[in-house]
Write a protein that binds this ligand. Structure first.
Ligand code: ACO
Length: 322
């Protein structure tokens, strides 16, 4: 029997129109452009409009990927949305996206793994295709971190932004997605969390915001991602010298530089969007991938290494022949 694999057919993205610069933040907080750029690499981020929702952003990213692939929504047979900031607790965000795309009937579900959500969603979609249960899957990472942060807390609000990215995976006779690795360690949740929800202060969330012990998260992220990319390459039988592009989760340029150093890669081979997008959590990898596909850096046949680390902690990696 011939094996089925999945490959990335097309990519798409969406960024809200409003851009918030470091100068804008300087005007309203005790912070400054130099601190933000030196510590994080961020210059600006996009912020969603008051009447925008994650499913609306996901729709824009999905339609951009469908157009890039020359497909109609009816060509899809499964939708997976990674998000930590869904429009509502239920119905799940993917069903809202399905309704917006007008394709009732196909499976649609969301999953939540904070900043690693896109790698998790990609991994699940790949398995559906490999098992023969789907042939064309829309995978979206969409996030509105601007709604979770305290805009008076300079230690967190300067870091995050909003956006959505999408890929369409389709069945193929050769990999495409060579492999994905997922990990989690739930013991450190107080280092990075939004401490509210159905099980916690549900009726009184007004003053609940994203909490992060930044420097502790930073150290764990650098150590974990270094091991994670090495594990990914060795598990799937590739050497770091073969990787054409590192496409990391965009939390902080210093974390990205540390991972690139560990791989012996120059920053010329790393797709960086954190300067313009900030940390868009689940959306950051598909946004970065789409940017590099559209500007011609990422070419068919190249080897891509994707990695992410986020709240949970969750982390993961994907090795892809584009
Ligand atoms: N402007 C000016 N000063 C600031 C700001 C700011 N925006 N924020 C903090 N400071 C001050 C602090 O108060 C502190 O002052 P003090 O020394 O007088 O106490 C000083 O700057 C240093 O603060 P640190 O927190 O030690 O700074 P650090 O170098 O660690 O950088 C940062 C902070 C950028 C948050 C970094 O730790 C980081 O990027 N952490 C990891 C983030 C991450 O990867 N998150 C995971 C994904 S997110 C997700 O999953 C949802």
């Amino acid at each position: 029997m011939t094996s089925i694999y999945s490959r990335i057919l097309a990519t798409g993205s969406y960024l809200p129109r409003q851009v918030l610069t470091n100068a804008d933040l300087e005007a309203r907080l005790d912070t400054n452009d130099a601190w933000i750029r030196e510590r994080t690499g961020i210059s600006e981020r996009h912020i969603s409009a008051a009447d925008e929702t994650v499913s609306m952003m996901a729709e824009q990213a999905a339609r951009s990927a469908l157009a890039a692939g020359g497909l109609a929504p009816e060509d899809l047979d499964l939708i997976i949305v990674g998000t930590t900031t869904p429009d509502q607790i239920f119905p799940n965000c993917a069903t809202m996206l399905q309704e917006r795309l007008g394709i009732a009937g196909i499976g649609a579900f969301s999953l939540e793994a904070a900043c690693s959500g896109f790698i998790y969603a990609l991994s699940v979609a790949d398995k559906f295709i490999r098992m023969g249960d789907a042939r064309r899957v829309l995978v979206v990472g969409a996030e509105m971190m601007s709604r979770l942060v305290d805009w008076n807390d300079r230690t967190t609000c300067v870091l995050f932004g909003d956006g959505a990215g999408a890929v369409i995976l389709e069945a193929a006779s050769e990999p495409g997605i060579i492999g994905t690795l997922l990990h989690a360690d739930g013991r450190h949740r107080e280092l990075l969390e939004f401490p509210g929800g159905v099980g916690r202060d549900f009726r009184n969330l007004e003053n609940v915001y994203l909490q992060m012990r930044g420097s502790e998260v930073f150290k764990v992220a650098v150590a974990t991602l270094g091991q994670s990319v090495e594990e990914c390459l060795s598990r799937f039988g590739h050497d770091k010298s073969e990787v054409d592009w590192l496409i990391p989760h965009q939390a902080n340029v210093r974390i990205i530089q540390a991972t690139a150093r560990r791989l012996g890669m120059s920053m010329e081979q790393v797709v960086v969007t954190v300067d313009r997008h900030g940390n868009t959590s689940t959306a950051s990898i598909p946004l970065a991938l789409d940017a590099a596909v559209r500007d011609g850096r990422v070419q068919r046949g190249q080897l891509l290494l994707l990695e992410a680390f986020g709240g949970g902690f969750t982390w993961g990696s994907a090795l892809i022949r584009f």
